[in-house]
Write a protein that binds this ligand. Structure first.
Ligand code: NDP
Length: 344
């Protein structure tokens, strides 16, 4: 039996960016969805997550994951509802998370889908504070950062998806937490709403000096999300045996080739040696995918009890995804960036 024709809208990679992505690097297409085969489910996207790693997938430079091919659907995680199922593990109405891409509908064999945890105040949290970014923050902090009460932690992109959770969980562990964010509004939110002890604006002319003043006892954990001038300002403030979970360097994602200016590598190596500091890179699903249950068990009550707060920047409509993504790399988002693709 042939099913009703469903038109899928999808955003594909039209060309690879040189430097910052532009709208011309993306193309919106429409296609009819094929009929379901045995074992498959048909999904309708509710919330598409936009994340900085997608910039890496647009480039064919060597990385830990394959690039998106030209003319292929942009990669991305999303919360979806099962609309039709020929898979015994799923029924219409089930809510799932999966790497289903920048599109309104998708077809899956179900193998890599995860159920949205029950009892969430909003489904979009499954790609935010209770999804990939939250897990990155929690596991990277606890496993590599190894926080101890009384220590000082610094994290940039502090109002964003990962940084906001890093700082709040560190506060719950009894640390002094200093955030870094772009602009007065974000800094105010980080201190007043999220409860950080201080937040320094990286756009300030005296940024490095202000960070030093805010970290009177030095820095024991620097949760690295941005690189660039924030890292330069942090380096001289590191305490002996500091830990640096190396999670992201968003300030460098649009860079072409090697950054200009002074070579900081000798200083970095000398600092790591003399401070006996640990710097460890990690990719969340590779390092911690098998510990998702542990993360959900720890984080769900913190979120539902209001001990970990979160902010979402919700943009309406799949066609807005390219512009919203370009803005993410410029710091225009305020909170976890998601695209609302359709209603539940
Ligand atoms: P956010 O929600 O924090 O959004 C990105 C933010 O980065 C912007 O809002 C902006 O905040 C900040 N930013 C952008 N450009 C710069 C710049 N040049 N200098 C300083 N800050 C900048 O994103 P996420 O929380 O999702 O991601 C944060 C980092 O974590 C990224 O580097 C990402 O790649 C990494 N990550 C790594 C994972 C892993 O497995 N290793 C998994 C998930 C994320 P502001 O305006 O405050 O500067």
């Amino acid at each position: 039996m042939t099913q009703e024709l469903i038109l899928n809208q999808r955003i594909v990679l039209a060309s690879r960016p040189n430097g910052a992505p532009t709208p011309e690097n993306f193309r919106l297409e429409r296609e009819a969805l094929p009929d379901l085969e045995d074992g498959q489910v048909q999904l309708r996207t509710l919330y598409l997550s936009l994340d900085p790693y997608m910039r890496g997938r647009m480039s064919d430079a060597p990385s830990y994951a394959d690039p998106v091919e030209i003319d292929a659907v942009m990669e991305g995680g999303a919360v979806s509802v099962v609309e039709q199922s020929r898979n015994p593990n799923y029924k219409p109405g089930d809510l799932v998370v999966g790497q289903t891409g920048w599109q309104t509908h998708s077809i899956s064999d179900g193998a890599l889908l995860q159920a949205v945890p029950k009892g969430l105040p909003s489904e979009s949290m499954a790609v935010g504070v209770l999804g990939m970014p939250g897990m990155t923050a929690y596991m990277g902090l606890m496993d590599i950062g190894k926080p101890k009460a009384g220590e000082t932690l610094v994290v940039a992109a502090a109002s964003g998806a990962v940084g906001s959770v890093v700082g709040q969980v560190a506060k719950l562990q009894g640390l002094r937490v200093v955030g870094v964010a772009g602009g007065a509004d974000k800094c105010r939110y980080v201190v007043d709403e999220l409860g950080f002890d201080a937040c320094i604006d990286h756009k300030s002319e005296n940024f490095a000096e202000e960070l030093k003043q805010a970290c009177g006892d030095g820095i024991d954990i620097y949760f690295e999300l941005v690189g660039g001038k924030v890292f330069d300002a942090v380096l001289p403030l590191l305490n002996p045996r500091a830990r640096i979970p190396l999670c992201g360097v968003i300030a460098q994602y649009n860079a072409q080739g090697v950054a200009e200016g002074e070579n900081k590598l000798p200083l970095l190596m000398r600092t790591l040696l003399t401070k006996r500091a640990l710097m460890q890179g990690f990719i969340v699903y590779e390092a911690y995918g098998h510990r998702r249950d542990e993360f959900i068990t720890a984080m769900l009550p913190l979120v539902t009890d209001g001990k970990v707060k979160f902010r979402e920047d919700v943009v309406d409509g799949l066609e807005q995804a390219p512009e919203a993504f370009i803005g993410l790399l410029e710091g225009r988002n305020f909170g976890k960036l998601v695209i609302k693709v359709s209603n539940a």
